[in-house]
Design a protein around this ligand. Structure first.
Ligand code: SAH
Length: 344
């Protein structure tokens, strides 16, 4: 018995064949579940009655439960989802002009301990299975169904460190990317890492056209270490080497995420050091307005400092954008809603 949402179509086909059944049934099930949003075998009318009775115990379909929901005026929806074991994770729908992006959590809690982040207020309990990540997207698709829409983009930027849960995240990506499952183009899928070097190297060799984002947040080792304890294990020079290797293996541009923290990493000196660090590297920089977290001492940079920082990078030939903000008025910062639910 394996949860259906944890299986790639290939794995499902093989499992069916090993049970003496037809591989094709796997494609039919995938069509019902991923394309039609039908999660009940008894409603899969093109399957034989015998199959409809047998399948629930062989490959149970388990969707997370919506435990809490917050809606912002701009259409952003944040869900707190409850998994079968009672674990709760956050998932966010963001509506862009170009499509519907879902921010997926990869772990229950997070052990990276970044100084500015609300997710790390609760330590990692376990990694999520591929099925639990797929379930997050399906829950958002249920909401989008009301307007005859579906998820078009996925960012693995919710709670957790995806490369700390590498195999399940990759299985999730294959299910997203399979044209007969969720059918998202690889270029519409992005994984964000705090900078786990072995994961970056492996990801570059997968042969998929998926995107990689690196949470950089500081231009020097000394500063980065203060904000991100993970930098002690994977120092900046090793991280940059891995990024170059990734670019050469995958041929893909990377995105560097850089949260703008007032007086901490947003000065002209920081802009200069960052442009020197990134010179000649095939990349974008995404400057992120900080979502203040009440337990943390950081303040967001004033708009004029963000603009000056951006202008300096532009002048020095670096592709840079300032991230659009979503979800004003709800607990939009990573991990905020979940932390609140735990009484923090
Ligand atoms: N562990 C992964 C993915 C989860 S964090 C990573 O570190 O990339 C996703 C992104 O959100 C990271 O760039 C993270 O630094 C950023 N982030 C965390 N807390 C934030 C906050 N309060 N405001 C804005 N961005 C935040």
């Amino acid at each position: 018995m394996r949860p259906l949402l944890c299986l790639t179509r290939e794995e499902l086909g093989e499992a069916l064949v090993s049970l003496g059944k037809s591989r094709y049934v796997g494609d039919q099930i995938a069509d019902w579940v991923y394309r039609k949003g039908v999660y009940d075998y008894s409603r899969m009318t093109n399957l034989s009655l015998a199959y409809r009775e047998e399948l629930p115990s062989l490959f149970p379909i388990r969707l997370p439960k919506v435990f809490a929901r917050q809606d912002a005026k701009d259409g952003t929806v944040k869900l707190l989802l409850e998994m079968e074991d009672g674990s709760k994770v956050e998932t966010v729908l963001m509506r862009y002009d170009y499509g519907n992006a879902v921010c997926v959590s990869s772990e229950v809690g997070c052990s990276m301990g970044c100084a500015f982040c609300a997710s790390g207020l609760l330590k990692k309990e376990r990694g999520l299975t591929a099925g639990e990540m797929v379930g997050q997207v399906l829950c958002i698709n249920e909401i989008l169904k009301e307007t005859r829409e579906r998820t078009t983009h996925v960012v693995v930027m919710g709670t957790g460190e995806p490369f700390d849960n590498y195999d399940e995240v990759m299985r999730f990506i294959r299910i997203l990317n399979d044209p007969k499952c969720l059918g998202l183009g690889a270029r519409h899928i992005t994984v964000s890492t705090a900078g786990l070097v072995p994961g970056i190297l492996k990801y570059g060799k997968e042969g998929l056209q998926v995107n990689l984002a690196i949470s950089l947040h500081a231009p020097t080792q000394a500063k980065r270490e203060k904000l991100m304890p993970v930098a002690r294990f994977f120092p900046l020079d090793k991280l940059m080497e891995a990024v170059k290797q990734y670019i050469s293996d995958s041929g893909r541009r990377v995105t560097f995420e850089y949260i703008m923290l007032s007086g901490m990493n947003d000065t002209p000196q920081d802009a200069k050091e960052l442009s020197e660090l990134l010179r000649g590297i095939l990349c974008y920089v995404n400057l992120i307005p900080y979502n203040p977290v009440k337990e943390k001492p950081f303040k967001r940079s004033p708009r004029r400092d963000v603009d000056a920082f951006r202008d300096y990078l532009v002048k020095h030939g670096i592709n840079v954008t300032v991230r659009k903000e979503f979800g004003t008025g709800i607990d939009a910062a990573c991990g905020q809603l979940r932390a609140k639910e735990h009484g923090l």
